[in-house]
Design a binder for this molecule. Structure first.
Ligand code: GDP
Length: 433
């Protein structure tokens, strides 16, 4: 959804306007100055068009009760928004702070609707007209408190509002889901592929321009078709030679580029190796959904399984979120567990959290566990949005540098709340200092 930011000096009526637009469903206006609202984004609608409405009112004051500069807030808001409602108090007229915002808005070049607020009756309409001086086009006389004029202003907003958020990439896909089967040599990739293909007639695809080899195989699993990509490298036995590590990693890379989800095979009968960890890291770096299959389960005894769990705790501790299947390509053990694991990973990979829900949740998290104060300053997360999916990508807008530890904390809490089983998630932070 496109994002609309409501900006303006303190006390011009931003939150009242937000309440007016969302029909007072959710926002609470706090008359007490200095109370930091924990909610900044709302899902709003006007004559059938939906958008995300961002109230910057709560940004005015930091956790220690100190006013941030209006221009700072405005800068962050304008950065994240697709359109801006710029609120000016018509009864006061344009102040220096207002003028600063205007300069910033001009530079940003985003669509702006100028709201001349507190025009409660006909008499004050002349005050609104005076705001033509700001050079932002027509000032819309509005009484956020009584609702007067807000409909016309919202019509004007819709006229300039883009259809989609500049940050959310829409993604269309068709055809079978694309799976890469990866893992170090001899973990059993080719055996697993054969087992999965079984007696099926293997359909192979020629990808024009890349190679003459049949590279992809269509396999029916769980009643649906899946495209196992780049299987030529698995079929063609590549023997251990010097540099085979390099070629193995290259093959993994090309397979991942074509895939949506990767099944990383690990040999359960042997100690988890650095190479196993590297392959898993490659999948995460490529931003693909991830399932880990521990193969050759038939070769493990109780002692080996005990050590395997220890190795997983030690070497794969950062990715407790990957679904896991303990399989045997030889006996066919747990082959039926792969499809549900792929399904859950792909679903998480494509998950989109609405901006309203995301900010409601992060507001609570941040209130309960604020970023530590550094150099006398407390960086605050002002607003968050999901900029994309596959994998889920989040952008946090903050008033100061956010430490790596705190980012990891946020990631953990997001995973606890929203699942994200089997997908890496990316969190980036935009800071205005
Ligand atoms: P790739 O290099 O990953 O394709 O591995 P292969 O599929 O060629 O398998 C390497 C060796 O492991 C072969 O000797 C297979 O027979 C054996 N193997 C593969 N999967 C299993 C399994 O689940 N159990 C056992 N016992 N052996 C396996």
């Amino acid at each position: 959804l496109p994002v609309v930011a409501v900006i303006g000096r303190p006390n011009v009526g931003k939150s009242t306007l937000v309440n007016r637009i969302i029909g007072r469903r959710e926002a609470v206006v706090e008359d007490v100055p200095g109370v930091t609202r924990d909610r900044v984004a709302y899902d709003a609608e006007w004559v059938g068009r939906r958008f995300t409405l961002v109230d910057t009112g709560g940004w005015a004051i930091d956790a220690r009760g100190i006013h941030l500069r209006v221009a700072e807030q405005a800068e962050i808001a304008v950065d994240l928004a697709d359109a801006v409602l710029f609120v000016v108090d018509a009864t006061v007229g344009a102040t220096d702070d207002d003028e600063n915002c205007v300069r910033l808005l001009r530079r940003a070049g985003k669509p702006v609707v100028l709201i001349a607020n507190k025009v409660d009756d006909q008499r004050t309409e002349a005050d609104a007209a005076a705001l033509w001086n700001l050079g932002l086009g027509q000032p819309w006389p509005v009484s956020a408190l009584h609702g007067r004029g807000s409909g016309d202003a919202l019509d004007a907003l819709l006229a300039v509002l883009p259809e989609f958020s500049a940050m959310g990439g829409a993604y269309e896909r068709e055809g079978p889901r694309r799976v890469a089967l990866v893992g170090r040599p001899n973990v059993g990739k080719s055996s697993l592929l054969n087992k999965l293909v079984g007696h099926q007639r293997v359909v192979v695809d020629d990808v024009a321009g890349t190679t003459r080899d049949p590279v992809d195989e269509l396999v029916t699993l769980g009643g649906r078709d899946w495209r196992f990509v780049d299987t030529a490298g698995i079929r063609r036995r590549v023997h251990q030679t010097r540099g085979s590590d390099f070629y193995a990693s290259l093959r993994t890379q090309t397979a991942l580029e074509k895939a949506e989800v990767a099944v990383v095979l690990v040999d359960a009968s042997e100690k988890i190796s650095e190479q196993d960890v590297r392959v898993i890291q490659q999948v995460i770096d490529a931003g693909r959904a991830l399932v880990i299959a521990y193969n050759k389960w038939d070769l493990t005894d109780e002692e080996r399984r005990h050590f395997l769990e220890r190795e997983i705790e030690r070497d794969l501790v950062q990715i407790p979120w990957a679904p896991r299947a303990n399989v045997s390509a030889r006996t066919g053990r747990h082959m039926d567990r792969l499809v549900p694991a792929l399904d859950v990973a792909l679903e998480s990979w494509g998950t989109r959290i609405s901006t309203g829900r995301l900010n409601a949740f992060l507001g609570e998290v941040v209130a309960g566990h604020p970023h530590p104060v550094r150099g006398g300053k407390q960086p605050r997360i002002l607003f968050a949005t999901q900029a994309g999916t596959q994998p889920p990508r989040f952008v946090l807008f903050a008033s100061g540098f956010i430490e790596a530890g705190y980012r990891r904390f946020i990631e953990r809490r997001l995973r606890e709340e929203f699942g994200f089983v089997g997908t890496p998630i990316e969190i980036s932070v935009r800071v205005r200092e």
